[in-house]
Design a binder for this molecule. Sequence first.
Ligand code: ADP
Ligand code: 5GP
Length: 215
Amino acid sequence: MSTMDARARGRGILLVVAGPSGVGKGTLISALRKRHPEIEWSISCTTRDPRPGEIDGADYHFVSKDQFRRMSREGALLEWAVVHGDDFYGTPREPVETALAEGRDIVVEIDYQGARSMRQALPEAVLVFVAPPSVKALRERLDGRNTEADDAVKRRLRSARTEFSHMGMFEYLIVNDELGPAIDALEAIYLAERQKTTRAHWTQLRADLLKDLEA
Ligand code: ADP
Ligand code: 5GP
């Protein structure tokens, strides 16, 4: 997109997707980005170990606790939180702020604490909560993904309780039961946000329309 186009579109959309680990946030976000490749993905920093197949700098920036603390001290994180008891997770500030300022849309996948901080830092953030249809389904997905040891799965299920109790602070709720309708719902939220008059550059359009009427 040229700078001119970006300016005409105003600020970008910040989609914040939260929900318990294993509910399908990553799956939904990649499906949305397949339909809308223009949406950028915010790569979080984490102090947890990479899973097999995860790529540093693509899935996460894998950093030490010291590095993480330094980033936080230097103001390089837009938000951060301790998730699942002992690991730090945080959103690097610069990519998000630059994307929004240049009119590019960006999605972040974070926990409920991060979503709350994000709303404070950037009130325009669109907060979406993804819930499972049942705890049984959530457990099956976590087990089925087969990426965590039993104790890590247990910790993720414990965090789910806190995530559920904060559902009410989100603007949008998606129940990820059948994948197709859940992807459609996320896309519908994104498309509706794009049409908001607070985002569209309507003042210029109105001026042009009024001028045409008078011509
Ligand atoms: P999260 O990013 O929320 O931790 P993932 O996107 O990694 O979750 O999904 C966890 C697992 O659940 C993956 O194996 C994924 O393929 C599966 N999954 C996601 N959505 C659905 C769905 N609607 N029905 C069944 N399985 C799903
Ligand atoms: P996982 O270890 O399963 O990849 O992620 C665990 C959880 O950490 C995710 O479900 C998400 O809620 C949260 N998370 C991931 N990145 C961030 C981040 O940058 N900030 C915050 N606050 N939470 C994050």
